[in-house]
Design a protein around this ligand. Sequence first.
Ligand code: AMP
Length: 441
Amino acid sequence: MQFSDFALDARLHQAIDVAGYETPTPIQQKTIPIGLEGRDIIGTAQTGTGKTAAFVLPILQRLLVQSVAGKRRRTRALIVTPTRELAEQIHGTIRQLARFTQVRSATVYGGVGMGLQEQALRDGVDIIVACPGRLLDHMERGHTLNAVEVLVLDEADRMLDMGFLPSVKRIIQHLPQKRHSMMFSATFAPELHALASEMLNAPARVDVGHGTPPRKIAHALYPVPQHLKTAMTLALLEKTQAYSALVFTRTKHRADRVARQIKQAGYKVAALHSNKSQNQRQQALEGFRSGKVQILVATDIAARGLDIAGVTHVINYDIPDTPDAYIHRIGRTGRVEREGDAMTLVTSEDSAIIRDIERALGKSIERRTISDFDYQSPAPIREPAQIRVHAPDASSVHGYGRHMARVIDQADARPFPQNQTAPRRSPLQQGTWRSSRRYAR
Ligand code: AMP
């Protein structure tokens, strides 16, 4: 199947070409024809599958073809999504695909001032991409959504997890009954089935992936004592020559700490979690997208839906709490036609969740060890210390992994001799381009 098989406006075909999409992905092949018919859809699909364009293209087609009378531009499509990052990403896809049209869209989410959003809504936009809480704020201030013809609920499972379902239901109550609705989720808990039956009318079911991650991902578990997790992370980054990696931690505090430690080892790093301001979050993401930031250390807020092209490695510094969270996290790698590695550090306390994850994947995950990693490194004495890295073997850039492996968790640090610091190499010593970037500070 080709994009030319879809009855889309020429301006959309042109934008698809410019975006570089050659053939529709499986979810697009299944969803676009149904969406163009205006039929409701319940879709099991993860991000990374081309899901966004699958619902955006039918929306744009409707807006272009079925014009409505009246001078004022009114919001005809509403996309509700759990996180600001995802909202920005969907907005980006809309802008990309609507570039040759007059269609206007706006994002609405918390953490930034109301003013600009209010202005955009007053001026009139065709599509709103919104997080539930802030959208309700606008509605309470009098913004009406009574011209909405299409509703998309994206990442519904995440909205459930984040406690947004009551808000979502309130929003839906204020939309016209007669509308085209689509709901996407990686998994369907009973609450979502109930919501689907309220919000959808005889929906077509579209399943892609059945909640299991894309096949091109290589999964591995790395057993490691808790206090050597940072050392192991650095060893993995070094061994795999990971150029663009997402590292997931359980807590915001740990994300900051691990980011600092990885930075000390010479990588370009940013941390992404909900204590960061909107501006910092955007900067971190943009840096990561553009390649200025090599390693993004994030909590689960970043796990859902982020579209970051070319992530080659996901490292779970802490194993996620649920199989769903695992699937979402590693969905950040191995995206459309790309291969990826999902590496999970595990301690002796993680066996129950590992079993659950393996059950969800329908296979066991390979346990791996790193041959030259010092697993016997003693449990450090707790006292404050700076992070130190042993001086590398100057004759070998690649031998550096061993030394990196000795970097230890700051929280559990034992003191190193004061004269040992992270190495800097002269350009002549830089064996590879990767290495030279790595040491650039
Ligand atoms: P999504 O699952 O919507 O987050 O999309 C993941 C990535 O796939 C985005 O970077 C899209 O630009 C890209 N993409 C979407 N559709 C296609 C396609 N048909 N061919 C190639 N890339 C695509």
